[in-house]
Design a protein around this ligand. Structure first.
Ligand code: G4P
Length: 526
């Protein structure tokens, strides 16, 4: 491609992730978006949805789904001149550090909230990561076809729980059985839920007073009056629409709708694509920002997915292209090792299949076939100028397991396996100060299962893991380090960089510690 063509292509890209708590409707809305984009032909194809409620450690079941979940890790479609990449952030048992890391590879996030439940735990955690990055967040308040909480209540919750200001792009007219439509502040129209109940017109334009014509039967409906009053109140007392603040992640535009009944989703998609940013510059270790439009290819590995299928012992390294153009078979530099690698076996992920990809540009995600070459955080680049993108953050684990080799004769492979998997970013490792035990840390149960499986299959090391349950990990400064501070309720350990931390049994134990040693400052990672 010529430079101009590359720039044009990059400018078309919109790359985002959907964050939500399980069951808020992420899969349903994703499918609707793919349907609009013509990427799938019918709903229900994204995740082989709900194919059995597998038990926590039923590995084979996770296995069966894995083939599908690799495919749906990145979904691409075209819509109104834009090329959209949606990155999946797995929840439930699939939740892992990779879920967080995926958020490092997007330019925007869509937060799906169940209007009956409001902000839930997983949304909150994912939101923190997004907030830290300062990328824009668009909120979709879902399940309007069911009775939910007061819309004003939901907006205050965004501010109180997440600390983000909001701007309602539209407002529900009724809810549940009484849902009539949305009052679209942004497009200055009312969008009807069931146009057939009226004269078949889906949109009714607002006049200059912000009203639908008095002659319209909806005009005298109480739910309409209520919505109109709410909006008036918000216009007077609420936040102003400010594109700049949206792009900085300080203001979230809020859309109401119902993914299941496909109401408000298209309006959302159109408006979202109008404001979602094109690929943004990424920061290097030298604090330089690389322009995505630059001619030379560069990118970074944000996730490595091991294929658990014994028939395919491969891994896929997910690379976010940060600048320039990728073409199949190109030679690139792997910054960490300073060696050249050929990118020949590369896939791009489509909703229904994995396809070989010939070219891709900044903003796109490619899946590079990996036999152990890549690590999470690796930079790939072309050109004389060496580029190293910033390290990806490490996330505070919440689940811990003691780990030992089952066979003492296999210590060597045990250590090799642990070292490599930890380096790759599959799991975190700590060593307790008192007893010298190895402790694994993860943000999701799946990480332990993947670890155990790969240790056996790739390193021939059978491991024994004993759960330590939930713990609260907090780091502290080297100079505060004192072995005598540890007790049975707060285990003292060191991470793989030698930094000391406590594993507290619970909040209570942490507070007790804070009271006893007020001078010790405790830190959390993300
Ligand atoms: P997730 O990916 O965020 O976990 O959620 P998913 O889309 O799977 O949706 C969770 C449940 O909520 C599904 O019901 C789905 O049909 C339902 N749902 C999603 N959007 C809406 C909506 O706008 N309105 C209503 N009323 N329900 C919605 P399920 O019974 O668990 O699954 P299924 O049997 O329908 O597949």
């Amino acid at each position: 491609m010529t430079d101009k063509k590359i720039q044009e292509q990059v400018g078309r890209r919109r790359t985002f992730a959907i964050i939500s708590h399980p069951d808020a409707g992420k899969t349903t809305i994703t499918e609707q978006l793919l349907l609009f984009g013509g990427a799938i032909r019918q709903a229900g194809t994204v995740k082989g949805k709900k194919t059995g409620n597998f038990a926590k450690s039923d590995w084979m079941e996770i296995e069966k789904q894995r083939g599908i979940s690799v495919t749906s890790s990145v979904m691409q479609f075209d819509f109104e001149g834009k090329r959209v990449n949606i990155l999946d952030t797995p929840g439930h048992e699939d939740f892992s550090e990779d879920t967080y890391r995926t958020l490092m590879a997007v330019d925007a996030a869509v937060m799906v909230v169940d209007t009956a439940k409001g902000i839930e735990a997983q949304t909150k955690k994912l939101f923190q990561v997004v907030k830290e990055r300062g990328i824009p967040v668009f909120t979709f308040m879902n399940k309007l076809d069911r009775d939910g909480r007061e819309p004003l209540d939901l907006l205050s919750e965004l501010e109180e729980v997440l600390g983000i200001e909001s701007y309602p792009m539209n407002w529900p007219i009724g809810m549940g059985k009484g849902l009539e439509g949305i009052y679209d502040v942004f497009h200055r129209r009312v969008e009807l839920y069931r146009p057939d109940n009226y004269d078949g017109e889906r949109y009714i334009p607002l006049d200059e007073t912000g009203n639908i014509p008095e002659s319209h039967p909806l005009f005298s409906n109480d739910v309409y009056t209520q919505a109109q009053e709410d909006v008036e109140l918000l216009v007077e007392a609420g936040n102003e629409f400010d594109e700049h603040r949206i792009l900085k992640g300080n203001l979230t535009p809020v859309f109401f709708g119902s993914a299941l009944t496909n109401f408000g989703v298209e309006t959302f998609l159109e408006t979202f694509l109008q404001f979602a940013p094109e690929p943004q510059a990424h920061k290097t270790k030298e604090e330089e920002y690389i322009n995505p439009m630059e001619e030379n290819f560069s990118g970074f590995v944000f996730k490595i997915q091991a294929n658990m299928n014994p028939a395919h012992r491969d891994r896929i390294a997910f690379v976010r292209i940060a600048s320039g153009e990728f073409t199949r078979g190109m030679d690139v530099n792997l910054e960490r090792t300073n060696k050249k690698v050929k990118l020949s076996n590369v896939t791009q992920f489509m909703a229904e299949s994995r396809e070989n990809v010939e070219t891709a540009v900044a903003g796109d995600i490619i899946g590079v076939y990996d036999t152990g070459t890549y690590q999470v955080g690796d930079t790939l680049f072309v050109g004389k100028k060496r580029i190293a993108y910033e390290d990806l953050p490490t996330f505070t684990p919440e689940l811990f397991m003691k780990v030992t080799a089952k066979n003492v004769m296999k210590q060597k492979s045990f250590h090799k396996g642990i070292e490599q998997l930890v380096q790759e970013g599959a799991i975190q490792l700590y060593k307790t100060v008192q007893t010298g035990d190895y402790v694994l840390g993860a943000v999701g149960q799946l990480q332990f299962e993947v670890f155990q499986y790969r240790m056996l299959n790739e390193y021939n090391a059978e491991v024994v893991m004993s759960p330590m349950g939930k713990k609260i990990a907090r780091w502290f400064k080297e100079e505060d380090f004192d072995e005598r501070m540890s007790s049975s309720r707060n285990i003292l350990a060191k991470d793989r960089f030698g930094k000391p931390l406590f594993l507290f049994e619970n909040e209570f134990a942490m507070r007790w510690f804070n009271d006893k040693y007020p001078q010790v400052e405790l830190e959390t990672l993300f």
